[in-house]
Ligand binder design. Structure first.
Ligand code: HEC
Ligand code: HEC
Length: 330
């Protein structure tokens, strides 16, 4: 029983956190409430802005492709100079629901997170200073920043603020499962309904819960049995330095999980069937029958929501003052 005790604790914590007994462990996703539309529009431009990278080639959207569920659909991302990244790119959809950002939770929120990739030598390979000079070189950007943040306000703080404001609108409401939760009995299939019961009864909801069906806690990957991977990431120990946090990761959202393959932080699992069986085995010490796997996957597919409808932003042209892109070395 010793091995199971952290899970029992999590189940107890999840139970005591629930205010009403009848409450479902999964809550519906609310549509985005846009209070600052100009800021969102500016953030969208910056999200699609490849000139925030050294090569002038990589934007946030390169690795968080909004045509592909907010991921790159690669085991690990490709960054500056074709470098292969160390870890799978998580989706930006519904990321705001996470208790912190990154697999190990090292950024406290979306704004703090957004500064990371620009200056990461393996991602966009730029510097914050050059990113600011680039944006500031274009009068059309200056005008937008001035209207929102005041005079001479192109700086990294405001660049990341606008990007975060845009990301907060990347939510996916009205999945068929949400319609079901709101009382539309026929919104999901009988198979998906059985899958949801299994998801609750087997204990998946002790970790995957809340509106994003994840993002509410950190948990060990390989709670009952070890996770076998070639990926060297050790999770939250990198943040806390505590041995107990080795292989502890943020529990990822399962919203739109049908779209965000390949799975797990190493991106080595390509099918939901395999991901579900791995989870049951190493997190819960259980084997699912073929029928149970099919039902569980049908439920997970019902979590695909309305994707953000994006009108591609048109970006202002570079000019003589804009720093020139530096091409990849090979
Ligand atoms: C080269 C690929 C790449 C680029 C470019 C990139 N990201 Fe990421 N992003 C990643 C990877 C990989 C991770 C996970 C890193 C980790 O957890 O250590 C990540 C994590 C995130 C997360 C955390 C999500 C979560 O659930 O924890 C957010 C939000 C995010 N990126 C937004 C952005 C924004 C905004 C930009 C542009 C400023 C950007 N990314 C540029 C690859 C990329
Ligand atoms: C003890 C906590 C815990 C339990 C119980 C649990 N999970 Fe997970 N789940 C996690 C963590 C942590 C990850 C991320 C692991 C990693 O990649 O390192 C994860 C990842 C996943 C993923 C892949 C997500 C992605 O974006 O790559 C799926 C799918 C999943 N879980 C489904 C399930 C199902 C189905 C069950 C029940 C059979 C379940 N989980 C039970 C903690 C848990």
């Amino acid at each position: 029983m010793k091995l199971l005790s952290p899970l029992s604790l999590a189940i107890l914590a999840a139970m005591s956190a629930a205010p009403a007994a009848a409450k479902e462990p999964i809550e519906i996703i609310q549509p985005a409430k846009i209070t600052a539309p100009e800021k969102v529009e500016l953030g969208k431009m910056l999200f699609f802005e490849p000139r925030l990278s050294m090569s002038g080639f990589i934007s946030c959207n390169s690795c968080h492709n909004l045509s592909l569920g907010g991921v790159d659909a690669l085991p690990t991302s490709i960054g500056h100079n074709w470098q292969e990244g160390p870890i799978n790119s998580p989706t930006v959809l519904n990321a705001e629901y996470g208790l912190a950002q990154f697999w190990d939770g090292r950024a406290k929120d979306l704004k703090e997170q957004a500064g990371g990739p620009i200056a990461n030598p393996g991602e966009m390979g730029y510097t914050h200073e050059l990113a600011v000079s680039t944006v500031n070189s274009m009068p059309a950007y200056q005008t937008k920043f001035e209207a929102i943040y005041g005079k001479n306000s192109v700086n990294i703080d405001n660049i990341t603020d606008a990007i975060a404001e845009f990301e907060k609108t990347l939510v996916t409401p009205n999945s068929s499962f949400d319609l079901y939760l709101q009382g539309e009995q026929d919104a999901i299939t009988a198979e998906a309904k059985s899958g949801y019961q299994l998801f609750k009864n087997k204990g998946c909801t002790s970790c995957h819960n809340g509106p994003a069906v994840g993002g509410t806690m950190y948990m060990k990957m390989g709670l009952v049995k070890p996770f076998h991977t070639k990926n060297p990431a050790e999770g939250r120990i990198a943040v806390t330095g505590k041995e107990a946090d080795k292989y502890v990761f943020k529990v990822p959202t399962l919203r739109n999980i049908e779209l965000t393959y390949p799975y797990f932080h190493d991106g080595a699992t390509w099918t939901l069937e395999e991901a579900v069986n791995t989870m049951a085995d190493i997190q819960l010490g259980q084997q699912l029958s073929e029928k149970e796997t099919v039902e569980m996957v049908a439920f997970l597919k019902s979590l695909t929501g309305e994707q953000p409808q994006i009108v591609l932003p048109i970006l202002p042209p570079s000019n003589a003052n804009t720093p020139k892109p530096v091409p990849f070395e090979k």
